[in-house]
Write a protein that binds this ligand. Structure first.
Ligand code: SF4
Length: 67
């Protein structure tokens, strides 16, 4: 069960994601600078730091049901 998910459509995929370093558990990874970041559901605490830090709003809590 994902607590926070990445909205692929909102990520511009044109820069190294700064939110990767903000996550306290290292749950966020990005394969390359032009790919969207991914979240390891097992490591995510649902603290919300990525949700409030991303300037594009690409991270959101997965409680709306819609992808
Ligand atoms: S909610 Fe917190 S623990 Fe989960 S991916 Fe975002 S910053 Fe990391």
């Amino acid at each position: 069960m994902h607590a926070v998910v990445v909205n692929q459509e909102k990520c511009p995929r044109n820069h190294p994601c700064p939110v990767v370093r903000i996550c306290p558990t290292g749950a966020i990874s990005q394969k390359s600078w032009n790919s969207a970041p991914e979240i390891s559901a097992d490591d995510c605490l649902a603290c919300g730091k990525c949700v409030t830090s991303c300037g594009y709003g690409a991270f959101r809590f997965d409680n709306a049901g819609a992808k």
